[in-house]
Ligand binder design. Structure first.
Ligand SMILES: CC(C)(COP(=O)(O)OP(=O)(O)OC[C@H]1O[C@@H](n2cnc3c(N)ncnc32)[C@H](O)[C@@H]1O)[C@@H](O)C(=O)NCCC(=O)NCCS
Ligand SMILES: Nc1ncnc2c1ncn2[C@@H]1O[C@H](COP(=O)(O)OP(=O)(O)OP(=O)(O)O)[C@@H](O)[C@H]1O
Length: 199
C-alpha cells in the first residue's frame, strides 16, 4: 500500500487540505487525534505519562491537555520525553490501520512527520505552508489561545524551509480554491504513478 504523509506547522491548514483528499475517497489517518485517543485509552501509555508528569496528567480518567501542553511547550526535554512515549505507539497503530485499508493509497496527517522520522513510513510527502502571520491568526481564531502560545508550539516544530527541503511537494495554502486545485493535481500525479507501478 502506498502511504502519503501530509504535514505542516500549526495553523497551516493540513487538516483542511487532507480533507480535500478525503473528498476524493482517500482514507486519512489523523495522527494527532489517534495520539490523543491512545493516551486516553491505553493503560500502558497512561502509566508512562503519569510517571513522567505526575497524577495531574489525567483528570477524571482523561488526559489533562492544558496541563500537559503547559509542561511540554515550555520544555524541550519534556516534549521529547512525551514524544518518545507516544510516537512509537501511534506508529504501531498506524501500521495496523494501513494493513486494514482498501484504497489506491492512504494518507497520514501528522503535525510532526519530518521531525520524528515518521516520513520514513511514507512513499510520498506533502508539506502544507502558509505565511506565519496567517497561521497565527488562523489558530487564534480557531482555538481559545494567544499569539504567545502559538509561537511556543511553532518553536517546537521545524521551519517550513527545513521541511520543504525534504518534502516531495509543497502546497501553499493561502486561497482555498488554489490549494484545492493543487490537491487535484497531486492526486492525479499519484494515480498516474500508481498505474505505472510506482517507479
Ligand atoms: C500536548 C497535547 C496534550 C496538547 O493538546 P492540545 O489539544 O492542546 O493540542 P493538539 O493535540 O490538538 O495539537 C495542536 C497542535 O499543537 C502542535 N503539537 C502537538 N503535539 C506536538 C508535538 N509533539 N510537537 C510539536 N508540536 C506539536 C501541532 O501543531 C498540533 O497540530 C497534545 O498535543 C499531545 O499530546 N501532543 C503529543 C502527541 C503528539 O506528538 N501529537 C502530534 C503528532 S502524533
Ligand atoms: N486557506 C485558508 N484560508 C482561511 N482559513 C483557513 C484556510 N485554510 C485553513 N483555514 C482555517 O484555519 C484554521 C487552521 O486550519 P487547520 O485546522 O486545517 O490547520 P492545521 O494545520 O491542521 O492546524 P493544527 O496544526 O493546529 O492542527 C481552521 O480554522 C481552518 O478552517
Amino acid at each position: 500500500m502506498i502511504v502519503v504523509g501530509i504535514t505542516g506547522g500549526i495553523g497551516s491548514g493540513k487538516t483542511t487540505i487532507a480533507g480535500f483528499f478525503k473528498e476524493l475517497g482517500i482514507p486519512i489517518y489523523i495522527a494527532d487525534d489517534e495520539a490523543k485517543r491512545l493516551m486516553n485509552t491505553s493503560k500502558e501509555l497512561q502509566r508512562e505519562i503519569i510517571n513522567l508528569f505526575g497524577e495531574e496528567a489525567y483528570r477524571e480518567g482523561l488526559l489533562n491537555r492544558p496541563y500537559i501542553a503547559s509542561k511540554v511547550f515550555n520544555s524541550k526535554k519534556m516534549l521529547s520525553s512525551l514524544n518518545a512515549i507516544v510516537h512509537p505507539a501511534v506508529r504501531k497503530h498506524f501500521q495496523d490501520w494501513v494493513a486494514a485499508q482498501n484504497a489506491p493509497y492512504v494518507m497520514q496527517e501528522a503535525a510532526i512527520l519530518f521531525e520524528n522520522g515518521g516520513y520514513n513510513l511514507c512513499d510520498f510527502t506533502i508539506l502544507v505552508t502558509a505565511p506565519l502571520k496567517e497561521r497565527i491568526a488562523r489558530t487564534i481564531k480557531r482555538d481559545d489561545t494567544t499569539e504567545n502560545e502559538v509561537i511556543k508550539r511553532m518553536k517546537a516544530q521545524w521551519s517550513d524551509d527545513r521541511k520543504a527541503a525534504m518534502a516531495d511537494v509543497v502546497v501553499e495554502n493561502i486561497k482555498l480554491e488554489e490549494a484545492k486545485n493543487a490537491v487535484s493535481r497531486i492526486h492525479t500525479h499519484i494515480m498516474v504513478r500508481l498505474d505505472k507501478g510506482w517507479a
